[in-house]
Design a protein. Sequence first.
Length: 172
Amino acid sequence: MNSTTPWLSDAEQRTWRSWLSVNAQLPAALHRQLQRDSGLSLQDFEVLVHLTETADHRSRVADLAQALQWERSRLSHHVKRMETRGLVLREECLEDGRGAYVVLTEAGLEAIENAAPGHAQTVKELVFDHLTKRELEGFTSAVEKVLSYLNQPISHTRAPSRTKPSPEKESA
C-alpha cells in the first residue's frame, strides 16, 4: 500500500473481519445442517429456492446464474449433478433455440419442501435468535444499504473513494 491508499479504521477493521468470519462460518453451518437433515447441499438449496419462487418453477440458465451470482459453467456443472439426482431437468428453449431452462421436478419440489423447515429453524438459531428487535432493524438497514450499492450498474470508470470517513460516520 502507498500513502494515498486508505486504511480501515479500527471499527471498520473489526466489522470487516467479523463479516468475513460470518461469511465463512454461516454457509458452512447451513451446508452441514442441510446435508445431515435432507441430503441437499447449500448450493442445491439455493437453486431449488430460486426455482420455487418462479411462477412456473423454471428459469433460463443465464437468469439463474445471474440471480445466484454464479458463473454459467459452475451452474451448468451443478445442474448436471442435480439432474442426475432427479431434482431438476434441463430443457431446451424453444423460443430462440440458443438458451436452456432449468426446471424444478416433483422430486425437487418435495426435497425443498422437506428441507425448508429445518433450514429456517437453523437460520433462526444461528442468526436471529441472538439479536434484539433493534439490532435486527440496524442489521437489516446496514445490509440493505450495502446491497443497494452493490446492485448499482457497474461503472468501470468509477475510482474508489480515497477520503477519510466523515466524523458522523465515525460516531454512528
